[in-house]
Design a protein around this ligand. Structure first.
Ligand code: ADP
Ligand code: MG
Length: 588
């Protein structure tokens, strides 16, 4: 065949194919236009999975009569002028392709009116040809009705799936936008029946209740990095991470329920999805995936949105910083709020006051066997149980626990209102030391213990190289360390908080641990250092603890802000719930 230039009609249908893959693509472009137009309310109507009709009505700014036809021209947009504008796009659309593409493969009617006009405009376009342009009444805003998609492109029509499948794609898309814009009132009607509505209250949780149901929504935890807490990208650009993540117990079989928005745009991003899954590390059973709805907000020049025809993929200028911000914020949220891993449900069902009453009312029984020690009865006796507080602890906090003993020289066994706790003594002590050190660092009041004589420590070449990076944070933590030629260092003082430690082993151990860290963010360095130091300073498994020591440790743990995990994210305790015990013993 000779080379020929394609006719405009064929060319436009080919171009349309890139943007409009299936009915859901049309709905996506129309909703984006409505949002860009400042709409607060969007009504979507779909018939036969979108084949027959997709209509999107908004109460946005509308299009002036003189510009309506122009809006359908390819590369006609009000959102961009110059290539340089691409660097700070704040609208969802910018290519000026959607209306042109939609109109070239369907029969489209657009009705619109701006605030300044008395009469609106109705434009009918069939396969890119304007067939009618007339004035008509319409409330302020725009309604676009797309009928008979692909009526003139049989090849495409053939590839559409069953109505139910196309409908599912549309449902997913509409709910995503409702979640990305909780302030938007969204209504979706399928074949004349209401199938989704979001209240537009501005609260994401209200939308989540509509999307996932009340029960699941109640198991979602808010993530809010705030601006101050956001780690900085190398360019000093702040990255905010907000939204909701599911309790680990809410896991699913696929990654489909991880929904991501970047600057208000729904995106697919394997890296960020992975970052979220990483944050659940050790919290989920293998091959299970979390539920999450997260928005990442960063300065527009930090993201390239112009990399994919449907704009559903983006490129970050500082990928790692975004990745870490997401992972860190989700992880911290989970650690602060996730339930204690437990065998079976917690006390479940009964409320706090009721349980307290039940336990307090326990009657004394004469034991049929001799009592071994005086005071044996005290814990069984009637009357208020001193360890059972009147009100439940704040979320994330521990109730007071009563130490019963030590097991395997590794776990502290304790009783709490909800059942029996097994506490990992090393992890618990790490948590206590870690929060103390961080608090001291934050107030620059590190308690330091001078050694009677400076101690020389011989490091390996790898350790001494590592020391160069970490010397300052070490000093800040309370280790007065001074290079002494070669790989030898002098240690003059150590942090008091760590107690009696083997200085040589501790220093070497810290440096070994830190060598495994990828270069952390500036504001994470102190925390990493403190975590490494605690790992070395905390009591070890295998150490026998006296009752007083155990009680002191548990008291200290109760006072920490995140008592449930060690600084490395492992649980400090496991709860064997009262209800679980009862079931296992066949009591109910
Ligand atoms: P883009 O969104 O990339 O600019 P479109 O083809 O989707 O391109 O739309 C072209 C133009 O038509 C937009 O730039 C906007 O000015 C106008 N427009 C489209 N939809 C609406 C709407 N719902 N309300 C107001 N203006 C709209
Ligand atoms: Mg658009």
């Amino acid at each position: 065949m000779p080379i020929r230039v394609l006719s405009p009609k064929v060319a436009s249908q080919i171009a349309a194919g890139e943007v409009i893959e299936r009915p859901a693509s049309v709905v996506k472009e129309l909703i984006e236009n409505a949002i860009d137009a400042g709409a607060t309310s969007i009504h979507v109507e779909v018939r036969q999975g979108g084949r027959r009709l997709m209509s999107v009505a908004d109460n946005g700014c509308g299009i002036a009569a003189a510009e309506v036809e122009l809006a359908f021209a390819r590369h006609a947009t009000s959102k961009l002028q110059d290539v340089s504008d691409l660097e700070h796009i704040t609208t969802l659309g910018f290519r000026g392709e959607a209306l042109a593409s939609i109109a070239s493969v369907s029969q489209t009617t657009l009705i619109t009116r701006t605030a300044g006009e008395e009469l609106g405009t109705r434009l009918r376009v069939e396969g890119a040809q304007v067939v009618r342009n007339e004035r008509c009444g319409h409330p302020q805003g725009t309604t676009v009705r797309v009928e008979n998609l692909f009526y003139n492109v049989p090849a495409r029509l053939k590839f559409l799936r069953r109505d139910a499948t196309e409908r599912k794609h549309i449902d997913a898309l509409v709910t995503r936008y409702a979640m990305a814009y909780p302030g938007l009132r969204v209504v979706l009607e399928n074949d004349g029946r209401l199938s989704f509505r979001s209240p537009g209250s501005g609260a994401l949780l209200d939308v989540l209740i509509e999307v996932y149901g009340l029960e699941a929504a109640q198991q979602m935890i808010a993530v809010d990095s705030g601006l101050g807490a956001a780690p900085r990208a190398p360019s000093n650009a702040s990255i905010a991470v907000t939204g909701y993540v599911g309790q680990p117990a809410l896991h699913r079989g696929t990654r489909e329920q991880i929904t991501l928005f970047v600057n208000g745009r729904w995106v697919r991003d394997r890296g960020l999805t992975f970052a979220i899954e990483q944050a659940y590390h050790t919290l989920l059973p293998i091959n299970r995936h979390p539920l999450a709805v997260l928005s990442v907000t960063l300065p527009p020049q930090e993201v390239d949105v112009n990399v994919h025809p449907t704009k559903s993929e983006v490129k970050f200028r500082h990928r790692d910083a975004v990745f870490r911000a997401v992972q860190r914020n989700v992880r911290e949220t989970l650690l602060a709020n996730a339930d204690i891993p437990s065998a079976g449900p917690l006390a479940g069902g009964t409320d706090w006051a009721e349980r307290r009453m039940a336990l307090s009312g326990a009657t004394q029984h004469e034991m049929p066997f001799p009592r071994q020690e005086a005071g044996y009865r005290t814990s069984l006796g009637a009357g208020p149980q001193p360890w059972f507080p009147e009100t439940p602890p704040d979320p994330g906090k521990l109730p007071p626990l009563r130490v019963l003993g030590q097991m395997a020289q590794c776990y502290i066994v304790a009783e709490g209102p909800e059942g029996m706790y097994l506490i990992d003594q090393h992890a618990a002590h790490e948590r206590v030391l870690y929060e103390r050190l961080l608090a001291q660092q934050a107030t620059a009041q590190v308690a330091v213990q001078r050694l009677l004589e400076p101690l020389t420590v011989e490091l390996t070449p790898a350790q001494s190289e590592e020391l160069e990076t970490w010397l300052d944070p070490l000093l800040k933590l309370g280790f007065e360390v001074e290079p002494f030629g070669g790989h030898t260092v002098l240690v003059r003082a150590i942090p008091t908080t760590l107690g009696r430690i083997d200085v040589r082993q501790t220093l070497a151990g810290i440096l070994d641990d830190l060598s495994l860290e990828q270069t952390p963010l500036a504001d994470e360095i102190d925390a990493k250092m403190a975590a490494a130091a605690c790992k070395r300073g905390a009591v070890k498994a295998g150490q026998t603890l006296g009752e007083e020591e155990m009680r002191a440790l548990v008291r200290q743990l109760e006072e920490t802000t995140s008592p449930r995990t060690c600084p490395h994210g492992r649980p400090t305790m496991i709860l064997l719930g009262q209800a679980w015990l009862e079931r296992e013993f066949g009591r109910r």
